[in-house]
Design a protein around this ligand. Structure first.
Ligand SMILES: [Ca+2]
Length: 283
């Protein structure tokens, strides 16, 4: 990080997200075991099928693969319209996905896609009324051009997905490989600091405590440099803000520690490191 940015006293300060050790999102997450019986199309296609229109083609492919010897290709002819859909799907015209998703838990369905200019999607459909929250995203492309697409769902009750699909709408050709469906094990809470570098111009700092679960939690916060602790209540899937005055902190490294106290159980804590530096407005 450039020194002038680190010492900037304007509103633009480096956030924890800009620190060099920040990793691609999926690397920092914890996952449960693989739930798909066939992730890479090596034993054949089953239970995945190509379903499409007369302009569509697809199936196992041995020419463009990410892992092993096979991938799954989907193709819509150049004259296909935006209404033409071709999918690599588990759950249409045959038995549906057989794994159970548990109430209150979050699952991620992902796959590596090589797509060129086509715009494929990854879909996980659930029975009506069982979805609490859903989002989707993609990771940066690998040098080989494969890119991981993902969709995350949180379910309200025990359900089986209606179908799982790699979805291509309109003209184009894509390959899919290394699919995955796993529980995404979210931490009890995370901390976010707007800034972690402190100089004499900082009179008040705040740290956000965010949680994803469906029950209220209590977190004990130990503030840096002083013998002061506070119990903070964070609402379900909500956040709480704590503030402290850093003006008395000596130059050096300091930490704010937050520890889960309710629900009691497996110990969990997280810290934010702050660095008190000498800035332009220090004496
Ligand atoms: Ca493969």
């Amino acid at each position: 990080m450039p020194l002038d940015q680190a010492l900037s006293t304007g509103p633009r300060r480096p956030s924890p997200l800009e620190l060099p050790e920040q990793k691609p999102e999926s690397l920092g997450l914890t996952y449960g075991p693989e739930m798909l019986p066939n992730t890479g199309f090596e034993p054949g296609a089953g239970p995945w099928k190509m379903v499409g229109q007369p302009v569509s083609k697809g199936g196992l492919d041995q020419t463009v693969v990410r892992g092993g010897k096979s991938s799954f290709r989907l193709e819509n002819a150049q004259d296909a319209t935006g209404m033409d859909v071709v999918v690599c799907v588990w759950g249409w015209g045959g038995p549906g996905p057989d794994m159970s998703l548990s109430a209150g838990k979050t699952y991620e369905f992902s796959g590596f896609i090589k797509a060129g200019s086509a715009k494929p999607q990854i879909r996980l459909a659930l029975p009506d009324g069982s979805l609490v929250r859903e989002n989707e995203g993609e990771d940066p492309a690998e040098p080989s051009g494969w890119r991981r697409l993902w969709r995350r769902v949180t379910v309200s009750k025990e359900v089986k997905p209606s179908y799982l699909a790699i979805w291509l709408q309109g003209p184009g050709r894509i390959w899919a490989d290394d699919l995955s469906l796993r529980e995404l094990i979210l931490p009890p809470f995370v901390l976010e600091a707007e800034q972690t570098l402190i100089d004499g111009s900082d009179k008040n700092l705040s740290v956000r405590i965010k949680q994803f679960g469906s029950a209220e939690i209590n977190v004990k916060v130990q503030f840096p440099g002083v013998n002061r602790a506070l119990i903070v209540t964070v609402p379900p899937q909500g956040e709480a803000l704590v503030d402290f005055d850093p003006t008395a902190l000596p130059v050096g490294s300091h930490e704010l520690k937050a520890e889960l106290v309710k629900p009691a159980g497996a110990p969990y804590s997280m810290t934010v490191e702050f660095a008190r530096v000498i800035g332009p407005f220090d004496k």
